[in-house]
Design a protein around this ligand. Structure first.
Ligand code: G6P
Length: 463
């Protein structure tokens, strides 16, 4: 049987399309994955297979920003069971060290398999003979093996943007063998950190008795990066328009601006950060009048009860802290529950003396890399969680255990008091690291590896 083929020689496959049509314009989808991949997909004139973010949406494929967007339809029931359920209430917490308890549901798993199959069928129908197919992230781990069965002629890469957990945690998943087999359908399997590669390898050996590097498969760490040159250009524009000064003036010209920018997610450690700052105000280590903490919390996964609970708790905590410390000059904590275009985010970076990237667990944390790229030549201090992938590379940050309130408080105080020479040296070293390992180099390295393997060599593990 000759398989049905399509016209795309390069396909990106991700749960979400890179953008969605808002009232009158295209808006970028949230999160690091889209920020990373959209420029790569544009450069390669890729086809991008993904969900529009709206249940029961029948939008047709279309061209946008040099890519072809190929929507996969999800019903309302699948949004609940596959997206909110299996992807974000089972796999997401499990892969982030059980930051909240993962929930295991057989009906979610059924739906997850069905949706992954629909993605695989879309790939099979869209890929040109011998195409390169790059599948992304934890929502689509079954797709590589399904595509391999439908289209043995294509090369399949898989990149996991989030951590891969230690086997002791991963083993809790009732469908652990199926998930590993799904991933092993890929020719190249990439993770953010060496530790993720080791965890995945250990899981394959312990749970399947398979060495994932057998048969020429490549399993590697490809730490994701940001477009440093683009950020530098945006920073220059923001300065030309005096945006950082305007932001600081709007904040009441405080001595120190601390900044957190995160999706409103348990993994990001927003509550732990707020409590550490509260304690510093309580003890007088930080002055609530001359210090402002700006916490931008990008709305995320709001239909999931645990996310709604987190939002309520964050907002209660902000209210309590401001109730205690706000003066007539304004609140000590500026909490902004909304999404900002990237140009504005860069202006926030420039207005902030200290960035608090203190996630409890994070595949990479691109915000940390964006901050140091934006601050090149300008100083500023990065407080970074040791549990973020970025800590492997940004070693000149103030690296901290965000679960340890004393240590977190001490790191924030140290950041605020750091003399500017020291801060400059650290930022320059980190900005150079980020500039050296560009986003473009990341994609090229992965895709070169994908080019180097021969797809026919792999046997497909049983489904
Ligand atoms: C993280 C994940 C992405 C995800 C994004 C936004 O960056 O790695 O796969 O798309 O969060 O989350 P959402 O559930 O809104 O797609």
């Amino acid at each position: 049987m000759s398989p049905q083929t399509g016209r795309h020689s390069f396909l990106v496959v991700a749960n979400r399309l890179p953008c969605r049509r808002a009232a009158d314009a295209w808006r970028a989808s949230p999160g690091g994955l889209v920020a990373t991949l959209a420029p790569v997909a544009t450069r390669h004139s890729a086809g991008w297979i993904g969900w529009s973010g709206i249940a029961d949406d029948d939008t047709d494929p279309g061209e946008h920003a040099g890519m072809t967007l190929i929507p996969v339809r999800l019903s309302a029931a699948e949004v609940t069971a596959h997206y909110e359920g299996f992807a974000n209430s089972t796999i997401w917490p499990l892969y982030h060290d059980n930051v909240i308890a993962p929930r295991f549901s057989r009906s979610w798993w059924e739906s997850h398999q069905q949706v992954n199959r629909r993605f695989a069928e879309a790939v099979a129908a869209s890929a040109a003979p011998g195409a390169r197919v790059w599948v992304h992230d934890y929502q689509l781990q079954l797709v590589p093996q399904m595509v391999r069965r439908l289209r043995p002629d294509v090369r399949i890469g898989f990149f996991c943007h989030i951590p891969f957990p230690p086997v002791g945690l991963f083993a809790q998943l009732p469908w652990r063998a199926e998930v590993l087999s799904g991933l092993l359908g890929a020719d190249v399997i990439g993770f953010q950190r060496r530790a993720d590669v080791e965890n995945f390898t250990a899981a394959c050996i312990r749970l399947l008795g398979i060495d994932p590097r057998a048969e020429g498969r490549i399993v590697e760490a490809y730490p994701v990066s940001v477009d440093s040159a683009h950020i530098t250009a945006l920073a220059r524009d923001a300065e030309r328009q005096d945006e950082p000064e305007r932001i600081r003036a709007d904040l009441g010209d405080p001595q120190t601006v601390l900044l957190g920018i995160d999706r409103l997610d348990h993994t990001k450690g927003i509550l732990e950060r707020l409590l550490a700052v509260e304690e510093l105000f309580d003890t007088g280590a930080l002055d609530p009048v001359t210090t402002r903490l700006v916490q931008i919390a990008v709305p995320s996964r709001e239909a999931i009860p645990a996310y709604r609970d987190l939002r309520a708790e964050v907002e209660r905590t902000v209210g309590r802290i401001n109730g205690k410390f706000a003066g007539l000059g304004g609140a000590s904590i500026h909490y902004l529950h909304r999404d900002y275009p990237f140009e504005s985010v860069v202006a926030w970076y420039l207005a902030a003396d200290v960035l608090l990237a203190t996630s409890l667990r994070d595949g990479m944390n691109l915000v940390a890399k964006e901050y140091v790229a934006a601050r090149r030549g300008r100083g500023g201090v990065l407080v970074l969680s040791e549990f973020a992938g970025a800590a492997d590379e940004l070693t000149e940050a103030l690296i901290v255990n965000p679960h340890d309130r004393d240590a977190l408080g001490a790191a924030i105080t140290r950041a605020v008091r750091m003399e500017s020479g020291g801060a400059h040296t650290r930022i320059e070293a980190m900005a150079a690291t980020v500039a050296d390992r560009s986003l473009c180099a990341w994609a090229t390295r992965f895709l070169d590896d994908l080019e180097s393997v021969s797809p026919a060599a792999l046997t497909v593990p049983p489904e």
